[in-house]
Design a protein around this ligand. Structure first.
Ligand code: DGJ
Length: 734
């Protein structure tokens, strides 16, 4: 048993695993460098608090699983019991296995810049095993520190007793130092996902619960604690993400005794997890990330880590046209073929047929569950459309909502018992639908079979848009709470379908962005950020979704001129610049647009394709601008030779000139040419003369230090207009 020091990228984790109780996280944060082994006990001692009056006679130890038996009186790490007994634990350490291939152990770890940026090298892993024979429980804690510096923690609890043990709560937590005094998290609703909320971190617990049976429109994605005034480019920050697509909780807790923690786990209903003898419960992965450089630093670690995963989508992300807002339920082969022709003309690479293609689905009140092509609407099936789309060189994608069933469907009429429900009553309907009970083996087998058949019976379905349009309410399986089993079954279903159809890509959609989390993303290839395609709303939704996810995983489409969900009207330029920074697409009936608009749309799509390697591989930066009506963000190539930024004016403001916009992330010692990209129209302005540097067509050449520290005055953009800037290094070491 030892003190473990793991180092990856810019992060260190120090664990005091000398026993006899569970290990304590002594430090999770900035890289401490190659500490000599002799320094580690001193580091541990330096972090042990004094014993103060009116408290325990020995210092309280916050372990990886906070326990009352170790003097912890905050939220417990484990709550559970065996028929009212074994309700408190005192785990004793058995073993600590450290697998640290490029290990520290006091040695310097040389992480090259390349490895850092691409997360290519191996992770460090620690496995802790402990037991409480009195309580009849054993615990395994799995910790990984990825090459990018992303920490994960998972607890596994096993019932060693001979009677069932109920797990009510099992939540990994990590300590955060006292310098973190502010919290930031995200909330939201349909069409307004990921709204940030920020406040001082008070004493007590800030608890973000999601009881939707799905991740939720209001899911925080990250819960961030940071030093006063932290921003995108400054401040020290710590953040956690609870990777679970069912009910879950993410918590920040600060105690008068001085400790502060971040944690997260699954929200379990009474009786939901009853472990039989020898059975085990595993928590969702808690992802944890530290940054010395503000929120952008958190995204750096997360994006680098995600991009290094073997399952990360490779290759150019196809520009997509989704037909939902173009035709809704009005499916007509000729109309859709015409739309596909127009799509191909403007450069679309994937054509997705949305809701409405299956039996009885003429509106949203019927048909879900009957996954057969509707012969009335598609007398020759979908293949003619698929062939037409593929003749244009585009991929074909299809919408499904597998977990759902309308009471008005053949499936429900035949199997009313295949629905999640409390005994004796159905949950209240939501969009006229109920949820299939996937823990029911027959329901699961039927669904897998149908989805498999739809894919096999058509030649060329490359992509599924997998939707999920209601919360799980009173979601019971066989009379017991069923969200946990349902969530696990959905993961299994996705895994099995992908195994049967290698190469199939899947989008995670849930009434827009209600299923965005890192566990669903282990088996899906992008998320639909929101049903709102209004560019003004999207700027904020995408900015905050992007805190967790790199742009290539976030679906961003150009919607119609008048937004269907807000009624706002926007120029194509504003819509296109906003949709440029993601997995780009179109969700608009372009069969009726003018030739001029079509040419402009094609130019924007072409620009996206030209910039795509940068947008989908570079480092995301966001600007801390003092005027809240200015929102600027960009993507910078890892070698800092190329970047693209968007500066958007959200509204007018009291200041006529909002002040220069800094362009972060560039190399201060290089010179850059900055100019709006050619071939696309400029935004609408209210000015008599442009800022000096924009007066000539050639843009301006200036150093990275000037761009990062002084910035550029931007033209007087009208509200709801955006300026795109392309930045190219022109020399080195001037
Ligand atoms: C909700 C999705 O978010 C939309 O994009 C669309 O697919 C509809 N469902 C279809 O019912």
């Amino acid at each position: 048993m030892t003190i473990v020091h793991l180092r990856r990228a810019r992060t260190s984790l120090v664990l005091d695993a000398r026993g006899p109780g569970l290990p304590r996280v002594v430090h999770w944060g900035a890289d401490l460098g190659p500490l000599p082994a002799d320094d580690l006990p001193a580091l541990v001692d330096a972090t042990v608090p004094p014993v103060v009056p009116s408290s325990f006679d020995a210092p309280t130890v916050l372990s990886l699983l906070p326990e009352a038996s170790a003097g912890w009186s905050g939220r417990p790490g484990l709550a559970g019991h065996r028929e009212g007994r074994d309700w408190s634990t005192a785990f004793r350490l058995d073993t600590v296995d450290v697998d640290d291939p490029r290990g520290d152990g006091g040695e310097a770890v040389r992480v090259s810049e390349r490895e850092r940026d691409h997360g290519g090298a191996g992770a460090a892993r620690v496995t802790v095993r402990a037991a409480d024979p009195g309580a009849g429980l054993s615990l395994t804690v799995e910790i990984t520190l990825s090459a990018a510096g992303l920490l994960t923690v998972r607890h596994r609890l096993r019932n060693d007793g001979d009677r069932p043990y109920e797990v009510r709560e099992l939540t990994p937590v990590l300590p955060v130092p006292a310098v973190a005094t502010e919290l930031l998290d995200l909330t939201g609703r349909w069409c307004r996902e990921r709204a940030p909320q920020r406040h001082q971190w008070p004493m007590g617990a800030w608890v973000r619960e999601g009881r939707h049976g799905r991740t939720g429109h209001d899911a925080t994605l990250l819960l961030v604690a940071g030093t006063p005034g932290f921003g995108f480019g400054h401040g020290e920050t710590w953040a956690v993400h609870t990777a679970w697509s069912g009910d879950h909780v993410t918590v920040a807790e600060r105690r008068p005794t001085g400790e502060a923690t971040l944690g997260g786990g699954e929200l379990l209903a009474p009786g939901e997890i009853l472990l039989g003898p020898g059975a085990e419960y595993a928590t969702p992965l808690l992802y944890a990330v530290h940054s010395a450089d503000g929120l952008d630093g958190l995204s750096d670690v997360l994006h680098t880590h995600l991009r290094a995963r073997p399952e990360h989508p490779r290759g150019p992300r196809p520009v997509t046209l989704n037909v939902w807002e173009a035709v809704y339920f009005d499916h007509d082969l000729d109309r859709l073929k015409g739309l596909a022709d127009r799509a191909a003309e403007v450069g679309v690479e994937r054509f997705v047929l949305d809701d409405g293609w299956f039996r009885g689905r003429r509106h949203d009140r019927a048909g879900l569950g009957d996954w057969w092509v509707d012969d009335d609407v598609w007398p020759d099936g979908l293949q003619p459309l698929i062939d037409h789309v593929r003749k244009h060189g585009m991929q074909f994608g299809l919408w499904v909502e597998p977990e759902m069933v309308n009471p008005d469907s053949d499936l429900f009429r035949a199997h009313p018992d295949w629905v999640l429900q409390a005994p004796g009553r159905l949950p209240p309907e939501w969009r006229h639908q109920q949820v299939l009970d996937l823990a029911h083996p027959d329901a699961y087998a039927h669904l897998l079979d149908r989805l498999d058949a739809v894919l096999r019976e058509h030649d060329g379905i490359a992509y599924l848009k997998w939707d999920h349009n209601r919360d799980l309410t009173e979601a019971g399986h066989a009379g017991r709470p069923g969200v946990h089993a349902q969530t696990a079954a959905v993961y299994r279903l996705l895994d099995e379908l992908r195994a049967r159809h290698p190469g199939l890509e899947i989008e995670s959609c849930s009434s827009g962005g209600a299923r965005v989390d890192l566990e669903i993303l282990r088996r899906t290839d992008r998320v639909w950020a929101s049903d709102c395609n209004d560019a003004l709303e999207r700027l904020s939704i995408q900015r905050w979704t992007g805190l967790l996810l790199p742009p290539e995983l976030i679906g961003t489409h150009i919607g119609p001129e008048r937004s269907h969900t807000t009624h706002r009207v926007h120029d194509l330029g504003f819509r296109a610049v906003t949709a440029l920074f993601g997995h780009h697409g179109i969700e608009w009936d372009i069969s009726g647009i003018s030739a001029t608009e079509r040419i402009e749309l094609a130019a924007w799509v072409a620009l996206h394709k030209r910039l795509r390697p940068l947008l989908h591989g570079g480092r995301v930066v966001r600007v801390d601008h003092p005027d809240p009506t200015v929102q600027a963000h960009g993507v910078v190539a890892h070698d800092r030779s190329h970047a693209v930024y968007a500066v958007s004016r959200l509204a007018t403001s009291a200041a006529q000139v909002p002040g220069p916009v800094r362009l972060p992330g560039l190399d201060p010692s290089r010179r850059y040419l900055v100019r709006p990209p050619a071939g696309v129209p400029e935004p609408a302005l209210l000015e008599l003369a442009p800022p000096g540097w924009l007066a000539s067509d050639g843009g301006v050449t200036v150093s990275g230090s000037v761009l990062g520290s002084v910035g550029l005055q931007v033209p007087a953009l009208h509200p709801e207009q955006a300026l795109l800037l392309e930045v190219t290094a022109v020399d080195r070491n001037f």
